[in-house]
Design a protein around this ligand. Structure first.
Ligand SMILES: O=P(O)(O)OC[C@H]1O[C@](O)(CO)[C@@H](O)[C@@H]1O
Length: 518
């Protein structure tokens, strides 16, 4: 069963959207609210602890109607069914895409259940101090060694759920930068540190180099047999892990139907599971599953991930906006944007469609951003008065974790004020000075969530996973491979050989730089 492969620009809906765009291109959001008193309610979705207000967008009811038609013509319904039923929709790698199966407690695959049980038992041993290091001391520090999806997801979850964290100190090594590895190793006590080596393939240069350096450092003081109580691994490549010296009972499996950037729900999330404890980790999985059900079962016009994706396509393909920003008003979510960058840009940064043809329209946008209020004092100038159109997702929590009312009120005031200022501008006032003019009419979504809990974090992450899926389906690309990272990896192997053997490459600029390196 293949995904539908429809060039979106050939659909009826796309043609209608082009005509409609000409009519609403200059629509001023400053006017539409008074013309349409119910607009704020109309363009909103209320779901569990989430409230999405997407009324501050350059859309009308007709825009949403046509975008929904586009989704239908692109075969989105069918594609969603294929994904959830385990069809091999990652066709260029001939794999299913089933990260949603990792959090479906109603119908869980036996191997997933077994692995979750193993994660539960292991994390409880570590947290309780029953798991002892080679000198009999309990584990105090966990170091996750992995990169890309084997780092960004778990690191982001551990940071996002810091409020729910226990006594364990959890650190992440990803870059092959030896200075960073040394900076981390220097802080560690071998006797109380556990290393989790995470690599789906167990062939990734950065992770294997960092893992080998760490093992050598560990063995400077400890004996080989101590590896058993200080190194565990997560991988699909069991043989390679065993060759590294990690015993079978210390290997947590993962499966080829879980893509790296969607793997935080699998044993790849072990470090975050240890950091916050299994019950919080499971609550996050359950929150994600709730969003999966919302996505699978809700009609498109009321479906949060679908609406977000459609509005995003409206800007990237009709207004030609190149980027979109995500601004969470919570410092806990400081690592969310880096995580989303991999999720969106590795998934939808493609230019060959599902028929093998080069696309003639824009696909994945550049995703960027940072936490509010910090970003207001950094790059909001460009958002307010620059020449580019940057649609924004504002993420705000109604309650803070510590119940700090005064701070939370100020965070909320800033978040709401920014979306209002971006939309309203100051053209209605008699500002004469051009430097002080704000055109307004800048679009944004506001996602208001009750509180940053494990469950709501799970729903939020799943929401973005589904958003990128919808975009990929409509763009008629394959969202679940990442061939674009291979060329650079291969050239780096030759370049490393050239560096180590005083050789050269076929590129004169590189050769010049190689000479300078010496
Ligand atoms: O888990 P692995 O196999 O080490 O891969 C790490 C990362 O490398 C990539 O394959 C490419 O950068 C990512 O998709 C993946 O998350």
């Amino acid at each position: 069963m293949s995904l539908p492969a429809i060039n979106p620009t050939t659909t009826q809906a796309w043609k209608k959207l082009q005509a409609h765009f000409k009519e609403v291109e200059n629509l001023k959001m400053q006017n539409v609210f008074s013309e349409e008193p119910e607009r704020a309610n109309k363009f909103s979705i209320d779901w569990q602890d989430f409230y999405l207000d997407y009324s501050k967008n350059r859309i009308t009811s007709e825009t949403i109607k046509l975008l929904v038609e586009l989704a239908k013509e692109a075969g989105l319904k069918e594609a969603i069914q294929q994904q959830f039923s385990g069809a091999r929709i990652n066709e260029t790698e001939d794999r299913a895409v089933l990260h949603t199966a990792l959090r479906d407690f109603n119908d869980m695959k036996p191997e997933v259940k077994e692995t979750l049980q193993k994660m539960k038992a292991f994390s409880e041993e570590i947290i309780s101090g029953n798991w002892k290091g080679y000198t009999g001391k309990p584990i105090k520090t966990i170091v996750n060694i992995g990169i890309g999806g084997s780092d960004l997801g778990p690191d982001m979850v551990t940071e996002s759920l810091k409020f729910y964290k226990n006594h364990l100190d959890v650190k992440y090594i990803s870059n092959v930068d030896g200075d960073h590895v040394m900076e981390v190793l220097m802080t560690l006590d071998r006797e109380t540190t556990l290393f989790i080596i995470v690599s789906k393939t167990f062939t990734t240069q950065e992770t294997l180099t960092n893992a080998n350096t760490t093992r050598s450092w560990f063995l400077e003081k400890a004996e080989e047999k101590a590896i058993g109580s200080h190194f565990v691994a997560v991988s699909t490549n069991i043989e390679a892990v065993k060759n590294f010296g990690i015993a079978s009972e210390n290997i947590f499996p993962m499966w080829d139907w879980v893509g790296g950037r969607f793997s935080l729900w699998s044993a790849v999330g072990l470090s975050s599971c240890c950091a916050v404890g299994y019950s919080n980790y499971e609550a996050m999985l359950k929150g994600a599953h709730e969003m999966d059900q919302h996505f699978e079962k809700t009609e498109f016009s009321e479906n949060i991930p679908v609406v977000l994706a459609l509005v995003s396509i409206w800007y990237s393909n009709f207004f030609a906006s190149e980027t979109e920003a995500v601004i969470p008003y919570s410092q806990y979510l400081t690592k969310l944007v880096s995580y989303l960058q991999q999720a969106f840009m590795e998934s939808n940064g493609k230019s060959t469609d599902r028929n093998g043809e080069k696309v003639s329209y824009n696909t994945g946008s550049i995703v960027w951003g940072s936490t509010g209020t910090n970003s207001q004092h950094a790059f909001f100038q460009l958002l307010h008065q620059g020449t580019r159109l940057v649609p924004i997702d504002f993420i705000l929590f109604s309650e803070s974790c510590y119940g700090q009312k005064e701070h939370q009120e100020k965070l909320a005031a800033n978040c709401l004020a920014q979306s209002e200022a971006l939309m309203e501008g100051n053209t209605a006032t008699s500002e004469e000075n051009n430097y002080k003019k704000f055109e307004g009419n800048k679009p944004s979504n506001t996602l208001l969530i009750k509180k940053l809990t494990p469950r709501n974090l799970g729903s939020l992450l799943a929401m973005y996973e589904h958003k990128l899926f919808v975009k990929g389906i409509i763009f008629n690309i394959y969202s679940f491979d990442q061939w674009g990272v291979e060329l650079g990896k291969n050239i780096a192997k030759n370049t490393l050989h050239a560096i180590q053997s005083d050789g050269s490459t076929k590129n004169p600029s590189t050769n010049n730089l190689l000479k300078r390196l010496k």
